[in-house]
Ligand binder design. Structure first.
Ligand SMILES: Nc1ncnc2c1ncn2[C@@H]1O[C@H](COP(=O)(O)OP(=O)(O)OP(=O)(O)O)[C@@H](O)[C@H]1O
Ligand SMILES: Nc1ncnc2c1ncn2[C@@H]1O[C@H](COP(=O)(O)OP(=O)(O)OP(=O)(O)O)[C@@H](O)[C@H]1O
Length: 494
């Protein structure tokens, strides 16, 4: 079959880095092939997609060399971070911009735009400001605007990382229908949704080398050990994890941490989140779940007073009115890690809040180094936070928020875009804090995380906390009879 994209002996080195990311990497893709790229966080999956599409070096000037590169003529690219995708302020204008580029007559545009929004189930008026969309809504729009192009080759870089389960299923159904005869190259950690679609899977190791390349139907069988050793997701990984999961201990302390009564959060003077009554205690892990756009991030923003609020809200019995006061008690991880970064290097980002606390340089250095190691970011310490891979950005945002030692955590999808190794390590770190009495409120779309780690669940629907329930006790019972430790699986952060 005809080759549509390839690289031969690719060598690439990021400025300021001592080592090559790819050392003579050769790879080719056939027309119509559906390929999934998997590998640990930071191994180079996104970079490779950018080389294959020609974005590197044409739009992003990175020194590279290759004996030969074949870039397809007509391609579409869904970026890992939807915010970097958009060039217009409104939803309809964003898609119209793409349609204009492929010469669709103006009078046909409204119908085409509505059809595309339906295809990704983005239920907002077409002339909505993109800035007001939730993370998952933005990802739906990013995909709609790429589908509008009708490209021969689709590069999809974790296109559903922030999309709810139902939406993820629906979006892949749409891609499968629209792109059944196209070439599709996918990077995706949520592999279960694409396994029936892809023909071929390529596994990379930490050094950006190919360690397995084969048919999708056999690769997990033939290379199971090497796949597991790289710490990437594979089918039924949670079953293996459960077998080795250590016994969960419940904190005996039940001190009240957060109290909410008739609490509301506003955006543009409109109530966007309402909580009639809720309590959070030490030792609780609350999973906040709900569809894209339901109001989960808005709830966390309200709890940090990043948006106007009213009603009763106490933290350890105190009414704290300012974000600054709250931040001393509560570690907050934003949904988009980039919104959090305030300095020019990974090291400085980690040191930032310790400097505010006027810690000594020696204390800062020792704490920063300890966490860099724990979060697998040592090699990146001099890099600008924006130059990290998505998984690394996510880990930096978590590490920088928890470094001050608060005991209450508001976490907005802290594991999205992570490989398995780092996901389990992060979850276990939080679990160790919870066991010692911390309180965790965590937004997630991952039901496995809810089942295995949460003690309670808050369901958000249409801007309201509609259910507050304990997580199925039999799950916890099942877990507590399992022995072993996570360390045996190599999932520990430390
Ligand atoms: N502009 C840059 N300057 C220096 N290093 C960079 C730059 N961009 C990326 N890197 C490094 O290159 C490596 C590969 O990044 P890439 O985003 O391709 O990884 P990835 O496999 O897609 O990871 P993830 O699964 O975490 O998204 C990372 O270690 C990253 O820190
Ligand atoms: N900056 C903003 N200005 C106005 N409205 C906003 C803003 N950010 C979000 N919204 C709206 O508030 C509602 C809730 O959004 P929110 O981001 O809280 O959803 P979410 O449940 O976190 O979704 P997701 O799962 O996609 O992250 C949505 O209707 C969204 O369009």
């Amino acid at each position: 079959m005809e080759c549509i994209a390839s690289v031969e002996q690719l060598r690439l080195k990021f400025p300021g880095k001592e080592t090559l990311l790819f050392k003579d990497l050769s790879l080719s893709f056939k027309k119509g092939e559906k390929v999934l790229l998997i590998g640990p966080s930071g191994c180079g999956k996104s970079t490779l997609l950018q080389v294959l599409s020609g974005l590197i070096p044409h739009s992003v000037d990175i020194p590279m060399k290759a004996k030969h590169i074949r870039v397809p003529d007509n391609w579409g690219y869904v970026f890992q971070d939807p915010d970097s995708q958009f060039c217009m302020p409104f939803v309809d204008e964003e898609i119209a911009f793409v349609l204009e580029n492929i010469s669709v007559p103006r009078e046909q545009m409204p119908e085409r735009i509505e059809g595309l929004l339906r295809a990704v189930n983005l239920q907002v008026p077409p002339h909505t400001n993109i800035h007001t969309l939730s993370g998952g809504m933005k990802q739906r729009l990013a995909l709609a605007s790429v589908l509008a192009l009708e490209p021969d080759v689709l590069f999809l870089d974790e296109p559903t990382a922030m999309i709810d389960d139902e939406g993820t299923e629906m979006i892949w159904r749409t891609v499968k229908q629209i792109a059944y005869d196209k070439t599709v190259i996918i990077v995706e950690h949520k592999i279960e949704h694409v396994l029936d679609f892809v023909d071929r899977i390529i596994l990379f190791n930490d050094a950006g080398e190919i360690v397995a390349d084969g048919e999708a139907s056999t690769i997990f069988h033939n290379y199971k050990e090497v796949i597991a050793s790289q710490g990437v997701w594979y089918p039924r990984i949670w079953d293996d994890y459960k077998k080795k999961k250590k016994v969960r201990r419940h904190s005996s302390e039940q001190r009240e941490v957060i109290c909410l009564e008739n609490f509301q959060g506003y955006r543009n003077k409109e109530v966007k989140i309402r909580v009639n009554t809720a309590r959070v205690h030490e030792g609780e892990w609350i999973a906040v779940t709900g569809k894209n756009g339901a109001g989960k991030s808005t709830l966390l923003h309200a709890l940090m007073k990043l948006i106007p609020t009213d009603g009763e809200y106490k933290v350890y019995g105190n009414r704290l009115e300012q974000t600054k006061q709250l931040a001393r008690r509560i570690a907050f991880v934003f949904q988009n890690p980039e919104f959090q970064f305030v300095t020019n290097s990974v090291w400085e980002e980690m040191a930032y809040s310790l400097r505010l606390e006027k810690r000594t340089e020696q204390e800062i250095a020792s704490e920063v180094e300890r966490l860099l190691k724990m979060f697998h970011l040592e090699e990146q310490k001099k890099q600008h936070p924006y130059q990290l891979s998505m998984g690394q950005k996510r880990r930096l945002s978590v590490a920088a928020s928890i470094i001050s030692g608060q005991k209450v955590f508001l976490l907005d999808e802290p594991t999205f875009g992570q490989d398995a190794k780092n996901t389990f390590a992060l979850l276990e770190l939080f679990e160790s804090y919870r066991e010692k009495g911390a309180a965790i409120i965590m937004v997630t779309h991952d039901e496995q995380i809810v089942k295995h780690f949460a003690t309670r669940r808050w369901i958000i629907e249409n801007g309201q906390l509609v259910r507050d329930e304990p997580v199925m006790p039999e799950t916890k019972k099942a877990l507590s009879v399992q022995g072993g430790s996570s360390r045996e699986m190599g999932y520990s952060l430390s």
